[in-house]
Design a protein around this ligand. Structure first.
Ligand SMILES: [Ca+2]
Ligand SMILES: [Ca+2]
Ligand SMILES: [Ca+2]
Ligand SMILES: [Ca+2]
Length: 330
C-alpha cells in the first residue's frame, strides 16, 4: 500500500522521524526473529470481483445481549438448536472466576454450564471436529490476576453437542506445541484474539489465533501482532500444519500511532487487543472462507468499515488479499 507509506513520510513530523530512527536504533524486529520475511503472492480476484459478506461476518461493535456489567462474551450455537448460545467471560473483579455458557432453549439448571476448571478471557465458537455442533475454543488466562496478561497464551477446546458443552477441556495448545511457529514467551498473548472459519472446505473450521511478536529490548511490543492458523480435529486443535501469517506479507505497512512514539503496525492485535479484529468470510464466492483483518486505527476503538488486509488459505497455500484488492465502500 504505497499510499500509506507516502503519507507517513510526508507527515515529516518529529514523531515520524523518531519512529523511523528508533525502528533501527532499538534493534529492528527482523525476519529471523519473527519468521515474517517473505511477501505472499497476491490472490487472483474472482472475475466478478470480491463480495462483501464481511458487513455481516465482521465482529459486532457491541457486546452480545444478556451480558452483565462485569462480563464479556461471545456467541455461537453449541447445542445445535439453531439459536445462539452465550459464552460468558467474567472481567474486572471477577476475572479469576470460571466463565459459563448460557444455553438457548434450556431452562433451570440445564440452562447454565460452567467452564470450570478453565479460567478464560476470550474465545470463539467454531465447529472444530466437523460434527455440525459448535465447539468452544477458549483462551486460558494465567493462574492469578497479575499473571493473566503475562503468562504465555494457551488454547483449549470444549466440544458441543445436543446438551451444550459435552466434552472438554481437551487438547491444550501453546506456542510450544509441536508444529506451532514461534515459542511461548511472557506476554505473547497467544489466542487473546481469535477468528474461525473453514478455509479449505473440509467441513472442519480452522482457527486464527493472534500472537504478539517476541519481546525485544526488554519491552513488550505493543500493536505488533501476527496470526497463526491452526487446524482442528476430533481431539481439539493441533499444531500440525500451523501457518504463521504476518501483516507485512499481505502488504500492510507500519504507521505511527497518534500521540505515541511507538511504532505501530497495521496488525491483527495489540497487547490490549484493541488494535485489530480478525474474522473469516467467503469473499470470493468459492465456498471457502478467507481470513480478513479489520484495522482499529486508534485507541478510541474507531473501526474502519472494511477489512484492511487478509489471506486466501485454500488449497494449503497462502495468498495475500491486500486492501487495494478489496472493494471499499464506494
Ligand atoms: Ca443453541
Ligand atoms: Ca463440533
Ligand atoms: Ca477446514
Ligand atoms: Ca472463498
Amino acid at each position: 500500500m504505497p499510499l500509506r507509506r507516502r503519507t507517513l513520510i510526508a507527515a515529516g513530523s518529529a514523531s515520524a522521524a523518531l519512529l523511523v530512527l528508533c525502528t533501527f536504533c532499538n534493534g529492528p524486529i527482523d525476519a529471523a526473529s519473527t519468521g515474517c520475511g517473505a511477501a505472499a503472492p497476491a490472490a487472483s480476484p474472482p472475475a466478478g470481483g470480491y463480495t462483501r459478506p464481511w458487513a455481516a461476518a465482521a465482529p459486532a461493535e457491541e457486546e452480545p445481549a444478556g451480558l452483565g456489567p462485569e462480563e464479556e462474551g461471545v456467541t455461537g450455537d453449541l447445542n445445535g438448536d439453531g439459536e445462539d448460545d452465550l459464552v460468558v467471560f467474567p472481567v474486572m473483579e471477577d476475572m479469576m472466576d470460571p466463565g459459563e455458557v448460557r444455553l438457548s432453549g434450556a431452562e433451570g439448571e440445564e440452562a447454565v454450564q460452567s467452564l470450570n476448571p478453565v479460567i478464560a478471557d476470550s474465545g470463539v465458537v467454531a465447529d472444530i471436529d466437523g460434527d455440525g455442533y459448535g465447539d468452544l475454543v477458549a483462551n486460558r488466562t494465567g493462574p492469578s490476576v497479575e499473571d493473566s496478561g503475562r503468562e504465555p497464551g494457551r488454547l483449549t477446546v470444549f466440544f458441543g453437542g445436543p446438551g451444550g458443552l459435552e466434552r472438554g477441556p481437551v487438547g491444550e495448545l501453546t506456542l510450544d506445541s509441536p508444529g506451532v511457529p514461534r515459542d511461548s514467551a511472557e506476554g505473547d498473548r497467544f489466542g487473546r484474539v481469535l477468528a474461525a472459519g473453514d478455509v479449505d472446505g473440509d467441513g472442519r473450521d480452522e482457527v486464527a489465533a493472534g500472537v504478539n511478536r517476541p519481546v525485544w529490548e526488554g519491552r513488550l511490543p505493543r500493536g505488533m501482532g501476527d496470526l497463526i492458523l491452526l487446524h482442528g480435529g476430533p481431539e481439539g486443535l493441533t499444531g500440525e500444519g500451523a501457518v504463521l501469517l504476518c501483516p507485512e506479507s499481505a502488504g500492510a505497512v507500519p504507521f505511527p500511532e497518534k500521540g505515541e512514539s511507538d511504532p505501530g503496525l497495521l496488525g491483527p492485535l495489540d497487547y490490549d487487543s484493541s488494535r485489530g479484529l480478525p474474522f473469516m468470510a467467503d469473499v470470493d464466492g468459492d465456498g471457502d472462507d478467507e481470513l480478513l483483518v479489520k484495522a482499529l486505527l486508534d485507541r478510541g476503538r474507531q473501526r474502519t468499515g472494511d477489512p484492511e488486509w487478509g489471506f486466501d488459505l485454500s488449497g494449503g497455500g497462502v495468498a495475500a488479499l491486500p486492501s487495494a484488492a478489496l472493494p471499499g465502500d464506494g
